[in-house]
Design a protein around this ligand. Structure first.
Ligand code: FBP
Ligand code: MG
Ligand code: MG
Length: 336
């Protein structure tokens, strides 16, 4: 069997689907950075990479050493590639402009450098989530400093999105807007190899993922939906549901891409002023693009996530994504 590496797949895309060459190079650079992060994560205590930095990010969350390292790896790898005008990250207060360069690259890269990092010290799968947007024309001129405004585009404008998952295997899941492909890192070859073609999320499911400890703080539609699932065969939904919660969005979404399910992180009343826990730009948008491209659905309970017009870089959002039928059900409950 001839192996299709990520590079070969991207070259084919350039030839047959007119994927721009600079987008192809950009994805290659991100994939290379993910290999480096995978290597750092896999070293664990041997590499002295576990534990916290003793700092907080802009959102007041404790930064792990690997959060900061992963962020630096992505910045350094992409800074001089020539394909970007700027980057934004969950771990940086402000948008990052590629220094001293004209003309600027055509794209913007947005990422959660290490998702699920609270799981690092207990050796559970974590990952890198990324999203690629076109830099709006007016921000490409020589004199215009790149600011947050350039990034505030709805998820429908993404030209590519993906995540790398660092688990028993390191995988890269990618969409260029034409389905979802899965690549597994072959460590001997040093390449991501296409192993999962045409990934589809089943439309129905009997598996849900939510942090149940927040149940008492949820809104009524979410309480209703989860209690109906818990009622099982004897309840109104007429079937037994299974529950999983890894507390790493990449790992929970990866399971859903593999065998279906619904993932929920709703608004809750612990911090009522926060719309949700997950970040629109770094987590919800790229994952929603991937899930939709695999035949699933994604909403904030009221509207399609990809249609939301962002108003700030670090904006948060409630998330309901996965198998179409279940996402439609819980979204419908919010509308009743
Ligand atoms: O600990 P909780 O509240 O269940 O939250 C888990 C969620 O938080 C996250 O870890 C947030 O991501 P970060 O690790 O990038 O901050 C998601 O991956 C996950 O779904
Ligand atoms: Mg995250
Ligand atoms: Mg993170």
């Amino acid at each position: 069997m001839s192996r299709v590496t990520l590079s070969r797949y991207l070259i084919e895309q350039t030839r047959s689907h007119n994927t721009p060459a600079d987008l192809r190079f950009l994805i290659e650079v991100v994939a290379r950075a993910c290999k480096e992060i995978s290597h750092a994560v896999s070293k664990g205590a041997l590499g002295g990479v576990l534990g916290s930095m003793g700092t907080e990010n802009v959102q007041g969350e404790v930064q792990k050493k690997l959060d900061v390292m992963s962020n630096e790896i992505l910045l350094e790898a992409n800074e001089w590639g020539g394909h970007l005008a700027g980057m934004a990250s969950e771990e940086m207060d402000n948008a990052y402009q590629i220094p001293g360069k004209y003309p600027k690259g055509a794209y913007l890269l947005v990422f959660d450098p290490l998702d699920g990092s609270s799981n690092i010290d207990v050796n559970v799968s974590v990952g890198t989530i990324f999203s690629v947007l076109r830099c709006p024309e007016q921000h490409l001129s020589q004199n215009d400093a790149l600011n947050e405004q350039a990034f505030l585009q709805p998820g429908t404008k993404q030209v590519a999105a993906g995540y790398a998952i660092y688990g028993p295997q390191t995988m890269l899941m990618l969409t260029l807007g034409d389905g979802v492909k899965g690549f597994t890192l072959d460590r001997e070859l040093g390449s991501f190899v296409l192993t999962h073609d045409n990934i589809r999320v089943p439309e129905t499911t009997a598996e849900f993922a939510i942090n149940m400890s927040n149940q008492r703080h949820w809104e009524a539609p979410v309480k209703r939906y989860v209690s109906e699932m818990l009622a099982g065969k004897e309840g109104v939904l007429g079937k037994n549901y299974n529950m999983r919660w890894i507390a790493s969005m990449v790992a929970d979404v990866h399971r859903i891409l593999t065998r279906g399910g619904i993932f929920m992180y709703p608004w809750d009343a612990r911090e009522p002023e926060k719309p949700g826990k997950l970040r629109l730009m770094y987590e919800a948008n790229p994952m929603s693009f991937i899930i939709e491209q695999a035949g699933g659905a994604s909403t904030d309970g009221r509207q399609r996530i990809l249609d939301i017009q962002p108003n700030s870089l670090h904006q948060r959002v409630p998330v309901f994504l996965g198998s179409k039928e279940e996402v439609a059900r819980v979204t419908g409950y919010h509308q009743e």
